[in-house]
Design a protein around this ligand. Structure first.
Ligand SMILES: [Fe+2]
Length: 432
């Protein structure tokens, strides 16, 4: 699928854009890079000057984080669920969350409830002979060890759905969504108080597991971040000489645009990616790391425009693969890579959906490493559109369309039923 580039009229310097994946990627990259540079230069600043502003802003943060890491400090902010529920999160805690772009919510669910859900998931898959029928990974996004998966392509267990529609989850998602600007330019870009229930999978990594982890990457998109009209508008401050005004928390133009399809795509707009711990996990057991600097997105977007990157290269970003962050182009950023602290079952972990993240390798893991992936994906045009597919998948017990078509649960009689939805669940699925 492709279409010819069309000129925008938003600026005196026009940008070509492609609403679907261009047929000739190298040619499109060359074309858009030339146009982005021209637009920057039309503002009277050079690409190097604009990049230097972002680099300086990010470097300050990197140095601050690297120094704190060297002192052995925990980088990730921690907020107690009880404070979110009571509305007693301090301004200082909020500032820290927004500065780092990530947070651990302590006691998001009672520990016993989380451990109970973990057991419920085991009972759910075993009662349906999942391990006997497991056909191997449906994609190569996550590795698996032996014949038992670590990532269960399971979406509709009672445990997952109970967590997704729970009052505790609703409160935390609304709190996190409110760290973003949801309304600007006279438009409400998303509804911070209504989640769209983005269904994702489960990870259960057993004691003794060896895992290579996952390299540093980010998930909001690939070439579409530079090439679609909506993203060009969303990131316009980076490209029109007003780089100082770039705000990673502004949702403007981010909640309605198209995504280039690919095996790693997320159709939904997420304010935060997240997961809920279903086991205790120590910080040295192959856990999540982030580069906890939301502004680093400006660096990632501008870096390919510098002269040392080949004209048809976006620092390795291409369609159908996750957006890589690497030592060649992003060495400065990777110095700030920071792991989560120890977490307990029932805690949840969240990071700004544009941020670089990775999963550390582990050998002979101590204890389980079990999580339910539940992000914050507030109701907006993009998520409303995807929710039509989610509803269909929920009612049929199918895999949602962002994931491989594995469809294990279609015949499982004890999956979560439509009658079990509460008001939050119905609203999330667009059934209200
Ligand atoms: Fe990811």
């Amino acid at each position: 699928m492709s279409q010819a580039p069309t000129a925008t009229s938003a600026s005196s310097t026009t940008l070509p854009h492609w609403q679907t994946t261009p047929d000739d990627l190298p040619a499109a990259i060359r074309e858009v890079k030339t146009a982005l540079r021209a637009r920057i230069e039309a503002s009277g600043r050079t690409v190097e000057e604009v990049f230097a502003v972002v680099e300086e802003r990010v470097r300050e943060r990197v140095e601050e984080i690297a120094a704190a890491l060297a002192r052995g400090e925990t980088i990730w902010p921690v907020i107690d669920y009880a404070d979110i529920e009571a509305g007693t999160v301090s301004a200082e805690q909020r500032d820290r969350l927004r500065r780092r772009g990530c947070v651990v919510v302590r006691g998001h669910f009672p520990r016993e409830q989380a451990l109970g859900w973990d057991q419920d998931i085991v009972d759910y898959v075993e009662s349906n002979r999942f391990f006997e029928s497991y056909r191997g990974p449906g994609d190569d996004f996550f590795g698996s060890v032996g014949s038992r998966p670590e990532i269960y392509p399971i979406y509709w267990s009672p445990a997952q759905m109970q967590a997704r529609q729970s009052e505790h989850m609703r409160r935390v998602q609304a709190f996190l969504n409110r760290q973003w600007t949801s309304e600007s330019e006279g438009v409400q870009w998303f509804d911070p108080d209504r989640d769209s229930m983005y269904p994702d999978r489960i990870r259960r990594r057993p004691p003794g597991a060896d895992s290579l982890g996952l390299g540093t990457h980010l998930d909001p998109g690939t070439l579409d971040l530079w090439m679609t009209r909506a993203y060009q508008q969303a990131f316009h401050h980076l490209f029109d000489g007003t780089v100082e005004q770039y705000d990673p928390w502004d949702a403007a133009h981010r909640t309605a645009g198209p995504q280039y399809p690919g095996s790693t795509m997320c159709s939904a707009f997420r304010t935060f990616q997240g997961w809920t711990a279903l086991s205790d996990m120590d910080a040295d057991q192959g856990v999540l790391h982030t580069v906890p600097i939301p502004e680093a997105m400006g660096y990632l977007m501008l870096r390919p425009l510098l002269a040392d990157v080949a004209e048809d290269d976006m620092c390795g970003v291409t369609t159908n693969q996750v957006f890589p962050a690497n030592e060649t182009w992003h060495a400065l950023l990777l110095q700030a890579l920071s792991g989560i602290p120890d977490v307990k079952a029932g805690d949840s972990v969240w990071w700004h959906a544009d941020m670089i993240h990775s999963v550390a390798p582990v050998t002979a893991q101590k204890g389980w490493g079990n999580v339910m992936y539940i992000p914050a994906a507030p109701w907006c045009p993009r998520n409303e559109e995807y929710s039509a597919n989610v509803r269909e998948a929920f009612l049929a017990g199918s895999s949602p369309s962002d994931f491989p078509e594995e469809n294990y649960e279609r015949t499982w009689g004890n999956r979560f039923a439509v009658e079990d939805l509460n008001a939050t669940g119905r609203r999330g699925l667009g059934l209200a």
